[in-house]
Design a protein around this ligand. Structure first.
Ligand code: PRX
Length: 650
């Protein structure tokens, strides 16, 4: 039963309101309320309508409201070569100026930028001035290793401040970072180095996760050995202090390079064209190798800063904590660049949420007086299973806003998060976006009435829709393809080295529109409900993995002739990987072999990709043209109808 009123939910009776309204003081004091009023609008809906009529004026205003520019733009949007859109053309900028330089020399210089806590309980605080000094030093180190404007530098580190420092230093000198998540493994790292052609790689001896050492350097060595002709220099951060091998001439300790003469000399921040590439980030797609999505220097900053201010409502005294990894787009936009552009204080916690006990996160939140917490459904579900007594031991009264990202949040987890963590007074910002979009696209703001499980409506200036394959609006209870109808500033610019694939992948299914690869539904109130991926992408604990990558890791094992991976629902992870495997002649199916294959995938790709089960099969359902029909495997596994199998091989 649903009721449309502002009474708190009666969870035990199973009676929930249709809308969860934000507290009046949150609405009244919201950044977005102030801006709407400044523009003469009564509320955010009126503001939205205006931004859709005047997107360029809106984004232009945002660009001056939140950022400084070395040189102003001539045009907000250049759509003369669609879908290769350009934003803020003619301007000169660098995100490092906006995120670091201007704070370090201004009123924020002694303000804490990053408060870091390790799994072992060590803490470190960097003020904006201290962070600027570290970024400056590492920028000089990179130059000493031959990094120049336009070069790609691969970064493979655990969740330490030096990861943020390395990213900022790379961008400061006009190079591009390609960050590979520290939970990935040999082949994932190797293929990304190979594609980006990074001559310099930044890593650590190891990292901590769940009180275990992640062997970053060992994995780096294996990956770089497969790309010897590319990587000329490996910079190694000493973190765990355990024994590793350093290769003479190629590997250098970060601290040794820092001790070279001249490393503290001022290193100028490179003035970039707005459309120069800023970074690339690999993500899994429908087929083949992961794609390096390229983001540009100008528009990215504008949308990231605007969304963070209007959605998470950052104020000068806030303590913001995004618990994602900087190695994913969430971390890029909303740990590294967004909060620093806004001069915020943020918390970065290195380790696992439940180490040494399931109260760890709540302890961190209470200890630092966190006011805004942004995390993923998988983490909420994971912590929920330990019961409310854990969060209830800690003082979470400073929390004002909560956030969710990465996959649809099931209403049960949403309500738990809202009631137990947010004490029924913290609106949840369920932000829908992608590596491709760079910043939030469909999201509430603190003034939006919420429905658990819905990302509500598009952000200001963003026009979205749910369409059928024929391009008609999907109506009623029907799902359709989630599309974005107009370009947006933080959009990806291309796929690295493959502009054709960029066009084919995103702009051809419904010509003129960007298709996100998600199925969605729009309800009678215009609220969006994202259902999930429609391609061969599996979301494991919110991490995006391609079936193709898992399959190629499997067939790299001598026992495997052919493999097909599918994702099936999993209580905590959202989805888990279940491959079907055909063995080569001479190999016998056994539990031991299944375990070996699971480990093998984990070693090649990383622990998150380790399959849940391995199903040995004599054959796989294929189309007559030989394409594996994963959809059929999935339907069979779930006991559902197989759908249209007219193209299935007899
Ligand atoms: O399927 C959608 C899901 O995550 C995909 C994008 O994954 P990735 O590029 O790794 O970026 C994740 C972090 C931005 C989307 O196509 N997704 C992301 N956020 C949500 C979501 N699904 C439902 N609700 C969300 N809030």
């Amino acid at each position: 039963m649903t009721t449309d009123q502002q009474t708190p939910p009666n969870e035990t009776a199973g009676e929930y309101p249709k809308f969860y309204y934000p507290p009046e003081n949150v609405v009244e004091n919201a950044n977005v309320t102030a801006y709407a009023r400044e523009k003469g609008f009564a509320n955010a809906d009126e503001l939205y309508a205006w931004t859709i009529e005047n997107p360029q004026q809106f984004w232009g205003e945002m660009a001056t409201k939140f950022l400084d520019w070395y040189q102003p733009w001539e045009k907000v949007l250049d759509d003369s070569n669609a879908p290769f859109f350009k934003w803020f053309t003619g301007a000169k900028t660098n995100v490092v100026h906006n995120a670091i330089d201007r704070h370090a020399t201004g009123a924020n210089k002694d303000k804490a930028a990053i408060i870091w806590e390790s799994e072992q309980g060590e803490t470190k605080t960097y003020t904006y001035a201290q962070l600027a000094a570290e970024v400056n030093r590492f920028a000089n180190i990179l130059k000493s290793q031959g990094v120049e404007k336009g070069d790609r530098v691969t970064v493979y580190l655990s969740r330490v401040p030096e990861l943020v420092i390395a990213m900022l230093a790379i961008v400061k000198i006009g190079a591009m970072h390609s960050v590979v998540y520290g939970g990935f493994s040999t082949e994932a790292l190797h293929s990304r180095i190979e594609d980006a052609k990074s001559k310099v790689l930044v890593t650590g001896d190891g990292g901590w996760m769940n009180n275990k050492i992640v062997e970053l350097k060992k994995i780096t060595d294996e990956a770089v050995d497969r790309a010897e002709d590319i990587v000329k220099s490996v910079i190694v951060l000493k973190r765990t202090g355990h024994d590793i091998t350093m290769k003479e001439g190629r590997d250098h300790w970060w601290h040794d390079l820092a001790a070279q003469p001249g490393m503290d000399d001022p290193c100028p921040t490179e003035q970039m064209d707005t459309e120069d590439p800023m970074f690339m980030l690999y993500t899994s797609g429908t087929t083949g190798a992961p794609k390096g999505l390229v983001h540009a220097c100008g528009g990215y900053q504008v949308q990231v800063a605007t969304t963070l201010s209007f959605v998470f409502d950052i104020k000068p005294d806030d303590v913001y904590w995004c618990a994602a990894d900087p190695g994913w787009i969430t971390g890029h936009s909303y740990i590294v660049y967004g909060p620093l552009m806004l001069g915020a204080t943020e918390v970065i916690y290195e380790g696992a949420p439940s180490y040494p006990n399931p109260g760890r996160w709540w302890d961190v939140a209470a200890k630092y007086g966190v006011t805004i917490l942004y995390t993923a459904p998988t983490a909420i579900r994971g912590l929920m299973r330990f019961g409310e007594e854990w969060p209830n031991k800690y003082d979470l009264s400073k929390l004002r806003l909560l956030g969710s990202v990465g996959e649809p949040i099931n209403p049960e987890a949403w309500r738990w998060y809202h009631r137990v963590i947010g004490k029924d007074r913290c609106p949840i910002m369920d932000t829908w976006w992608q590596t491709e979009t760079g910043a939030f696209m469909i999201t509430p703001n603190p003034t939006t009435p919420l429905k658990p499980g819905s990302g509500t409506k598009p952000f200001f200036g963003i026009e979205a829709d749910v369409l059928t394959e024929e391009g008609e609006p999907a109506t009623g209870a029907d799902d359709g393809l989630l599309v974005i109808k107009k370009p947006w500033p933080s959009m990806l610019r291309t796929i690295y080295g493959d502009p054709k694939r960029y066009v084919e992948q995103y702009w051809t299914r419904l010509p003129g529109f960007y298709t996100a690869g998600d199925a969605a539904r729009k309800d009678e109130d215009g609220y969006y409900w994202v259902i999930g991926r429609i391609d061969d992408v599996i979301k494991v604990s919110g991490y995006r993995l391609g079936t193709a990558e898992v399959e190629s890791a499997l067939v790299s094992h001598p026992a495997v002739a052919e493999a097909a991976a599918i994702g099936l629902p999993h209580e905590l992870k959202g989805q888990a990987i279940h491959p079907y495997v055909i063995l080569r002649q001479g190999f016998e199916a056994s539990d031991a072999l299944a375990e070996e294959l699971r480990k093998h995938v984990g070693k090649e790709m990383g622990p998150i990709a380790r399959p849940e089960t391995i199903n040995f099969v004599p054959g796989l359902p294929k189309t007559r043209s030989g394409k594996i029909m994963r959809r059929v495997l999935k339907a069979r596994a779930l006991g559902l109808p197989e759908g249209d199998t007219s193209t299935l091989e007899a």
